[in-house]
Design a protein around this ligand. Structure first.
Ligand code: PLP
Length: 388
């Protein structure tokens, strides 16, 4: 069947209410945004130096489409040392961030009328990727009782003969949840039994708290997993557009065709800086410092939210977000609550419905913001909510 792109069906800007919220915030003074989904840190100096050096050394030309071989070796080496996973550099494509990696997975693996399972709530790009691929979207709710992990039994129930792929994202945006090893293994077994691909988007793997661990899906379901990963969050490199995908050889073979004609290759000197990011001890020291700063902010925000009336935070173990429940007694939708908060406190949060229907009744608070701003925001929120 031929694929048609029907402009009417692909409505990429559907979150108009949220847009309105941001527009309103822009016109106000003294706004504190807790809506931001990117690190507020600068890229570690050692990585910046490596990029500048690489330009001077002439890394300004095309590279192989899949990426510079030494960089792909460094990525494979990273999986070996961090997770004891054997990855062939040939099964890696360097991408323009995790966004490109997820896009390639959807476009390559899904035919029109194939179904994809996307948990609810979930990061916003998967649904849009699915629409572009004209795939059927099945949402399964993530529940607080289950620590926002995917429930293996519910997953099995949702699978039909049209289901081809499951999307996972842990540590999770927006909930901050992580996946326990037991669940990772159960999902790996289901994927094998039902012949499902798992698109596992893991850009927050290094931001873990209270001794939490990350279990990369690729270790437990190597034949079924398409891993999307990124330098954006780990090394505070959002604007560099550097990420990668690792997938079974036959999938990589299809993905590379699309990547080659859309992106060509990721910027050559940025790939060279990526080698330094992965291999230089100093860049990992910088990552650990960022993690510790996030950990301190997380404690601080949780402490305030736990004392605040009308709001109950879920205790996240990863990423840099807090998913918080709005008191149902207020009888306000997520969007109304976010709007009320902006008008009464000049604090921006994201309404949970931005991430799916199951986000109704919730808000996402990002703590990728300076401590002084976080304290100020918490005080404003406490004061306003105490009057309700
Ligand atoms: N996946 C998740 C879960 C994210 O939160 C983000 C960015 O916020 C991305 C992917 C996109 O990241 P990148 O900058 O690597 O394209």
């Amino acid at each position: 069947k031929r694929k048609y792109f029907l402009a009417g069906r692909i409505n990429l800007i559907q979150r108009s209410k949220i847009r309105e919220l941001f527009e309103k915030a822009k016109k106000m003074d003294d706004v504190i945004s807790l809506g931001i989904g990117e690190p507020d840190f600068d890229t570690p100096q050692v990585i910046k130096e490596a990029a500048k050096r690489a330009i001077d050394e002439g890394y300004t030309h095309y590279t192989p489409n899949a990426g510079i071989p030494e960089f792909r070796e460094a990525i494979a080496e990273y999986y070996k040392t961090h997770y004891k996973v054997d990855v062939s550099p040939g099964d890696i494509i360097v991408t323009a961030g995790a966004y490109e990696a997820t896009y390639l997975a959807f476009q390559t693996l899904l035919e029109q009328d194939d179904d994809v399972i996307i948990p609810d709530p979930a990061f916003v790009c998967y649904v849009e990727d699915a629409k572009i691929a004209e795939a059927g979207i099945i949402r399964i709710p993530l529940r607080e009782e289950n620590d926002f992990q995917i429930d293996p039994d519910e997953l099995v129930e949702a699978i039909t003969k049209r289901t081809r792929m499951l999307v996972l994202n842990y540590p999770n945006n927006p909930t901050g949840a992580i996946l326990k090893k037991k669940t990772v293994k159960a999902i790996a077994d289901i994927a094998e039994d039902y012949n499902l691909y798992i698109l596992s988007d893991e850009p927050y793997e290094h931001f873990l708290y209270e001794g939490a661990k990350h279990y990369p899906m690729i270790k437990y379901a190597p034949d079924n997993t398409i891993l999307a990963n990124s330098f954006s969050k780990t090394f505070a490199m959002t604007g560099w557009r550097l990420g990668f995908t690792i997938a079974p050889t036959q999938v990589i073979r299809d993905m590379i065709k699309l990547h080659a004609y859309v992106i060509g290759n990721v910027t050559s000197f940025i790939q060279i800086a990526g080698i330094t990011a992965l291999r230089d001890k100093r860049s990992w020291e910088a990552v650990e410092k960022m993690r510790q700063t996030y950990a301190e902010r997380r404690r601080l925000v949780l402490k305030h939210l736990n004392r605040m009336p009308h709001i109950t935070p879920f205790k996240p173990k990863g990423a840099f977000y807090i998913w918080a429940k709005i008191d149902p007694g207020l009888d306000m939708s997520s969007e109304d609550f976010a709007e009320w908060l902006l008008e009464n406190t000049r604090v921006v949060v994201i309404p949970g419905t931005a991430f799916g229907k199951a986000g109704e009744g919730w808000i996402r608070i990002s703590y990728a913001t300076k401590k002084s701003q976080l304290i100020e925001a918490m005080q404003r929120m406490n004061e306003a909510l105490s009057k309700l």
